[in-house]
Structures are given as structure tokens and as C-alpha cells.
Design a protein. Structure first.
Length: 224
């Protein structure tokens, strides 16, 4: 009964096309869908037991935010991002992170700092075999929480749009122990900078972390 009620509540608050869109987004974030993969209308329609109309609507919504593309006479595909666009996305995210750091440093509370230090502990304690499954999503969640703490709803909205598109890059910055150690050290530097309540320092450290991530991304791409 409870499961039925929960399902009904979901359908009452979300359109079917919203549910399809969120499922596709989840698969992209989880790495289940990669750039170049074709999206099949019939498959999603059968999965959600709906007509193909809501599925097409979900596809159109994802086209609008740059996550999938429609190719005439071929169908709908998850977008592939080239190096120029990857650079632009990293530069944009670096700017948004920098702004978030400055805003948060000016208003951060002791409770906020304590929460972020708990995040650091959780990231550090992830077992090595969980890196592919949990480290990347937890890293994303850590940064999202910082931007959320900055208390600027418009900034958070744009930040999440950029991060959603960056999932298409399929980064592997956390695939090695050394990469994880570097990332963890940079995360600790971010929290330390925020704890000083110096907006310029916090912004600079957050921007540097994102651009360091871009350098790691390009190094990995060059090795392929």
C-alpha cells in the first residue's frame, strides 16, 4: 500500500515526461549512458508504460539543455563534447565556483565549517574499490553543497546546469589513488580557505581547484 501511495504521489507531482527526463539524466550521471549512445523511444515508453509522446517531450527538454541531440533520419543521441567545449565548461564552472567561494566565505558559520569538515572525512574514508561507484558522485555532491551554502539560488541553478553537462565528459580524474589524493588535498585547502572567512582567498582556491581538474582531464585525454 505504501509503495502504491508513493508511486501515486510521484505521478501527481511530476509529469511522465519529467520522470523520463530525470531517468535519462540519472543514467548519464551514473555513466550508464555515454556520449554517442542512442536513445530509443520505444524502450523508454515500454519501461514507463506510456505512449511515445511523453518520451519525445523528455528528449526535447534534454536537447534544450544540451545533453542530447536530434539527428535527422537517425534519432536522438547523447551528446559528445569536444575539447573546445570542455575547456569552456571548465572555465565557466571555475568562475561559478570562484563566486560561490567568495559569497560563502563572507557569511559562513562555524556550523557550516564543521559540516564541510565532515564531508572531508567521508570522502577520505571511501574504500579504494568504491572510487568508481561513489568517489565521483560524492565529489560532485561536496561541491554542490558548497554552492548551496553560498545562498544564491540563481547561481546554484546555473551551476547545476553546467555540472549536468559536464557529466558528458566522462572524466576519470578519480580513477587512481594518486588522483584521489590530489583531489582530497585540494578539497581540504578549499575548506581551510573558507574557514579564514577571506572571500578573495576562498574564491581563488576554488577556482584553482576546478582549473587543476581541467588540466588533469586534458592529461587523461592526451593519453587515450
Amino acid at each position: 500500500m505504501n509503495a502504491s501511495i508513493d508511486a501515486l504521489q510521484i505521478l501527481q507531482t511530476h509529469s511522465v515526461s519529467d520522470l523520463v527526463r530525470e531517468e535519462i539524466l540519472r543514467q548519464i550521471k551514473a555513466g550508464e549512458l555515454a556520449g554517442g549512445d542512442k536513445l530509443n523511444e520505444i524502450t523508454f515508453a515500454q519501461r514507463f508504460k506510456v505512449s511515445r509522446g511523453p518520451v519525445r517531450e523528455a528528449f526535447r527538454a534534454l536537447v534544450e539543455v544540451g545533453l542530447v541531440k536530434l539527428e535527422k533520419n537517425r534519432g536522438v543521441f547523447v551528446r559528445e563534447i569536444g575539447e573546445p567545449e570542455a575547456r569552456e565548461l571548465y572555465e565557466l564552472r571555475a568562475t561559478l565556483d570562484e563566486m560561490s567561494g567568495r559569497l560563502l566565505a563572507a557569511r559562513i558559520t562555524d556550523a557550516d565549517i564543521a559540516e564541510l569538515r565532515i564531508w572531508l572525512v567521508r570522502l577520505a574514508e571511501l574504500p579504494e574499490h568504491e572510487e568508481g561507484a561513489q568517489s565521483f558522485p560524492m565529489n560532485i555532491a561536496f561541491h554542490d553543497r558548497i554552492v548551496e551554502m553560498a545562498a544564491n539560488a540563481t547561481l546554484l541553478e546555473f551551476y547545476r546546469r553546467v555540472v549536468d553537462r559536464m557529466h558528458l565528459l566522462r572524466r576519470r580524474n578519480f580513477s587512481s589513488a594518486s588522483g584521489r589524493e590530489v583531489s582530497q588535498a585540494e578539497h581540504e585547502a578549499i575548506v581551510d580557505a573558507l574557514a579564514t572567512r577571506d572571500p578573495m582567498r576562498a574564491g581563488d582556491v576554488m577556482r584553482a581547484h576546478v582549473m587543476n581538474g581541467y588540466r588533469r582531464f586534458t592529461l587523461h585525454a592526451d593519453r587515450k
